[in-house]
Ligand binder design. Sequence first.
Ligand SMILES: [Fe+2]
Length: 118
Amino acid sequence: MDEQAEVTRALAELVDLLELHFHTEELLMGRASFPEEHAHRLLHQACLQQVRGVLGELELGSRRSLAELRELVQVWIQDHMERQDQRFEAYLKQSAQPENHARRADLATPGIPPQDRR
Ligand SMILES: [Fe+2]
């Protein structure tokens, strides 16, 4: 397999992994009522659009080096995970605090006083 075929195959695998990762993360954000979910989803869409765009160019015969692919991964994916995904992780950790459990339960059933809930 020549380098371009290998770059294209690697990027196609990356797109599959990203779709799975983003989908799973979005499900978790929804379940956790992450307040930044919408903005985070937009970042996922932008990332996928960028990576799919490069993959489409490769499939049409454009040439990219492994170094360019590495930079793409670093800028769009590693940066996203280190900066944006950390925000979600921090939110989950904060939500796991016992005092925040009670507050979230109050928000989940508005209008019914906590003592009347079963
Ligand atoms: Fe994310």
